[in-house]
Write a protein that binds this ligand. Structure first.
Ligand code: NAP
Length: 357
């Protein structure tokens, strides 16, 4: 049964009704940190960008659309100025009485939040690799990578490389981009990688969590819910395989279900022709998370000192987190190291050598 692992898991219900384990007050000063957030133009990615930049980090919005990204940067500058009471420990805007002037800037040279655009199209592995090279050529360190971009239950399409587009954008593009940045993260450690997944990773059948033979089949043999869910299993498998490869480094890789957010529900209501779905979704909207709250679990993993301190200094690695900052056991199929490695080998071959680590 889909979601059996969730519905029959008392830990999940406990986390659903429990108090939040992280808040905006707990985000530390991030001055000197360089971050990349994929998909920073809207939704959770944008909320993450605002929080990181307000706390002093230099943040790159890795997005496919320059115009949207520049609008998001402009909006973020304004939001950071207006949201001062939501971020009690923020660097920007400067506290009252501070001598530091607040000025808008795209690069932070003038003393404002440091926000920049990095062109990234995850639907094309060559472009994903090029985006990483573009970042590397700037000679900056990289401390925090949040892979927030993604698509969710969209109509069938194929990527530039001929893969089913949920799998391509949610997994393959990020696989190439992230792996190409790893050496820079090693040089910059301690560092964090946060990989977005979803509770939907619980849906695929345990005997075929990833339908390898049909990842390039068009039209697909599965519906868009299963295709989305499959891409989210891939995210958990990749996060666990990557965390294992980085176990001797101070690079903490973890994976997140952010919770169902109001903006995403509204987007699906707008896109749907079904009256039944629209009615059901209005109820859904009542329990959905406001986006800023939804971003908190990824922000916990990206910024909290606890991530490095836990386990007597071993840190939190390769774990699955749900709202707000609860560690849960993911779908048991993701424990399968052979499956993790099969996905890794498949992705590496698909990337045609673009992603060697
Ligand atoms: N929000 C939820 O309820 C929820 C629940 C579970 C999981 N998630 C996952 O969490 C992530 C963020 O969710 P969200 O609600 O913030 O989603 P969103 O508002 O739909 O934002 C998705 C972002 O991904 C970017 N993107 C899509 N395709 C891309 C591509 N080919 N290359 C580069 N960027 C691309 C979009 O860029 P454009 O602006 O150019 O379109 C946008 O910035 C997604 O991966 C989503 O599937 C969300």
């Amino acid at each position: 049964m889909p979601f059996e692992n969730v519905l029959c898991n008392p830990e999940w219900w406990k986390s659903f009704f429990a108090k939040d384990r992280f808040s905006y007050d707990e985000i530390p000063d991030l001055s000197g940190k360089v971050c990349i957030v994929t998909g920073g133009t809207g939704g959770l990615g944008y909320a993450t960008v605002v929080a990181l930049a307000a706390h002093g980090a230099h943040v790159f919005l890795a997005c496919r659309n320059r115009v949207k990204a520049e609008e998001a940067i402009e909006r973020a500058q304004t939001d950071i100025l207006q949201l001062q009471f939501d971020f009690p420990n923020a660097t920007y805007p400067p506290q009252k009485g501070s001598e530091q002037p607040y000025e808008k800037s795209y690069s932070g040279v003038a003393g404002g939040p440091k926000l920049e655009f990095l062109e990234l199209d995850l639907a094309d592995m060559n472009k994903a690799h090029f985006a990483a090279k573009d970042f590397l050529s700037r000679g900056l360190p990289l401390h925090i990578l949040v892979n927030s971009a993604g698509i969710m239950m969209e109509e069938h399409d194929m990527s530039a490389d001929g893969y089913e587009h949920h799998f391509a954008i949610n997994h393959l593009g990020h696989f190439v981009f992230t792996n190409a940045l790893l050496n820079r993260m090693r040089e910059s450690q301690p560092a964090r990688i946060v990989i977005m997944s979803s509770m939907a990773h619980e849906i695929p059948p345990s005997d075929k969590p990833i339908d390898f033979p049909h990842l390039r089949t068009s039209p697909p043999v599965q519906n868009e819910v299963l295709l989305y869910a499959q891409s989210r299993v891939a995210n958990v498998l990749y996060a666990r395989a990557l965390a294992r490869r980085l176990r001797h480094d101070q690079i903490y890789v973890n994976v997140v279900h952010p919770g169902c957010t109001d903006l995403q529900v509204q987007k699906k209501i707008r896109a749907s022709d079904s009256r039944c779905f629209k009615h059901f979704s209005k109820l859904w909207l009542r329990i959905a998370y406001p986006v800023r709250r939804g971003a908190l679990t990824a922000l916990f993993l990206a910024t909290s000192a606890k991530v490095e301190e836990e386990g007597g200094g071993k840190g939190i690695r390769g774990r699955y987190f749900t709202p707000i900052a609860y560690q849960l056991t993911p779908n048991p199929v993701t424990d399968d190291v052979d499956l993790q490695e099969r996905l890794w080998a498949y992705s590496e071959k698909a990337a045609q050598g673009n992603s060697k680590i």
